[in-house]
Design a binder for this molecule. Structure first.
Ligand code: XMP
Length: 517
């Protein structure tokens, strides 16, 4: 179905970065759609693309196992940008030769521009700049009519174009979509706006309008349920759905007993300020009983997941026949589980309310599944949600259960809550909260010796974690001022009974993760 915007089609060959290409194009305010590698020529044509991007992918054009695709698009009169594997496909099918690179390139390389027209317009005078490479194959022989337009030390053909303008092929061996490629966004903008002539009409407002129309169309007159976690994703998904279908939506918040200090009280206020119908269910006793003295984090996650499904199912039955479940799944959640569109490799299984749709025979509505966290925040602002909510740090579905390491008892939860609120309040007071992507306290499953008022103590240890990140997929520890950390540590040890030591986590992700579990 063609959109009212000029559209760029991205054909997904399974790269981890395909959504990042879409995101960069959104940043230039141009509309794009991602189609699976299996899309037919007819499907691609239906979008009336102003340009087509062939993504990277794990396959090699030199091996037999490469995915089948509608290679006839190479004959269409539309500009094509091949990225990495996409470049090799163009070279292969246009009569060039692809082979194994003498030296594989992974990571940073310095790009030197040989032709500053079209794709590199505006960059020709910048000198060499860093680009991100990730390839084992390269172009051994250019297809007839193609010329190299950039090189790196290891790749004499790091970019190429067809000199024959009728075809308008542009290809990059490196990834312009990743943040490490210095002028990547500029290059993509040159392609979509300059070469393809696509108009910059896409905004969060237009995304919202289209998504609302899609939800309305999908749902018809059926009833819809949405689980609110208190975080920005489910709230934005609920507010959007409410705009689409009003009273057909009921939201449910379940207090699982592992929320932060006073959080349920604050959420009651936030939900009350919204227009959707909602229920708040206090199931804390039941969750804590089920957790018992379980200390294994994966088991804790499973117990919480199971309890959630039972309580949610029970609440849903009170609403009547519900057909749809709204979830605030984001793109990083999808890519860390499995690529839904192309054949990219599975990294890890992420779960929030896994199992719920199947048990309740519900169909999913996931209006945020192609967005990144900061884009969802933009959408929240567009929806008029309060800043406090929109700019809140992420909070994991299993809550404090994975931040109390070891058994989750009411006493240990109370210690963690008191320490955590001191840390978060201090970050806010010192203007550091919004400078960190996520910050929290964890309670360690050990005791250490201390001395308080001439007496030996043997008490709990609190770990403080604060990270900077763009999407949670990678993160660095936040370099908070030492003086600030000292003050927080003092306050925690003085004010939280049972704690005699505070430590600060200085590990990045990878190799560590953000949560301790
Ligand atoms: P890790 O610890 O894997 O976490 O580096 C990355 C981000 O995901 C959050 N997280 C979760 N969020 N349900 C969620 O909604 C979960 O089960 C879950 N586990 C981790 C974590 O807080 C961090 O922001």
């Amino acid at each position: 179905m063609a959109s009212c915007h000029d559209t760029i089609v991205i054909l997904d060959f399974g790269s981890q970065y395909t959504q990042l290409i879409a995101r960069r194009i959104r940043e230039t305010r141009v509309h794009s759609v991602i189609l699976p590698v299996s899309a037919s020529l007819h499907m691609i044509r239906e979008h009336r693309p102003k340009g087509i991007i062939l993504s990277g992918g794990p396959a090699s054009v030199t091996s037999v196992g490469r995915p089948r695709w509608a290679k006839e698009i190479l004959q269409e009169d539309v500009p094509i940008l091949g990225i990495c594997y996409g470049m090799q496909l163009v070279a292969h099918y246009m009569g060039g030769k692809v082979g194994q690179a003498k030296r594989r390139e992974f990571g940073r390389a310095e790009l030197q521009i040989l032709d500053g027209s079209d794709l590199f317009k505006g960059l020709e005078k910048k000198g060499a700049f860093s680009v991100w490479m990730s390839h084992g194959d390269w172009i051994e022989k250019l297809p007839t009519g193609f010329i190299p337009i950039a090189r790196t030390e290891n790749s004499p053909i790091a970019a190429m174009k067809s000199a024959n303008h009728q075809h308008r092929f542009f290809c990059l061996q490196f990834h312009p979509e990743v943040a490490h490629t210095v002028h990547g966004k500029h290059i993509l903008k040159n392609f979509v706006q300059g070469i393809c002539g696509a108009k910059a009409t896409w905004t969060m407002g237009s995304f919202l309008k289209n998504s609302i129309a899609d939800i309305r169309h999908q749902v018809g007159r059926d009833k819809v349920i949405c689980g609110l976690s208190g975080g920005v994703d489910s709230m934005v998904a609920a507010a959007m759905t409410h705009r689409a279908i009003g009273k057909q939506l009921t939201c449910v918040f379940i207090d699982n007993g592992v929320m932060r200090k006073d959080e349920v009280k604050q959420l009651r206020k936030v939900f009350g300020s919204q227009h959707f119908q909602y229920r708040m269910v206090d199931a804390s006793a039941r969750f804590l009983k089920a957790l018992g003295r379980t200390s294994d984090p994966e088991k804790k996650r499973k117990i919480i997941g199971r309890q959630f499904i039972e309580v949610f199912d029970h609440e849903a039955k009170k609403i009547g026949k519900v057909r749809y479940l709204v979830q605030g799944t984001l793109y990083p959640d999808v890519i860390e589980s499995v690529s839904q569109i192309g054949p990219s490799a599975t990294i890890k299984t992420h779960h929030n309310v896994g199992g719920l749709p199947a048990k309740m025979k519900l169909k999913l509505i996931e209006p945020l599944r192609e967005l990144f966290k900061d884009e969802v925040r933009g959408l929240g602002k567009e929806l008029g949600l309060p800043d406090d909510l929109v700019l809140r740090h992420p909070f994991p579905g299993p809550g404090l259960a994975i931040r109390v390491l070891g058994a989750v008892t009411p006493e240990r939860l109370a210690i963690l809550r008191d320490a955590d609120v001191i840390f978060i309040d201090a970050l806010q007071t010192h203007g550091l909260y919004r400078k960190t992507w996520q910050a929290f306290a964890v309670l360690l499953p050990i005791r250490t010796v201390g001395v308080m008022g001439d007496r030996r103590t043997y008490e709990h240890v609190i770990g403080l974690r604060a990270v900077t990140s763009v999407d949670g997929m990678t993160a660095d520890w936040a370099q908070l001022p030492h003086e600030f950390l000292g003050k927080v540590s003092n306050r925690i040890i003085n004010e939280v009974k049972g704690v005699n030591r505070v430590v600060y986590d200085i590990s990045s992700k990878p190799p560590s993760t953000i949560e301790w579990e």
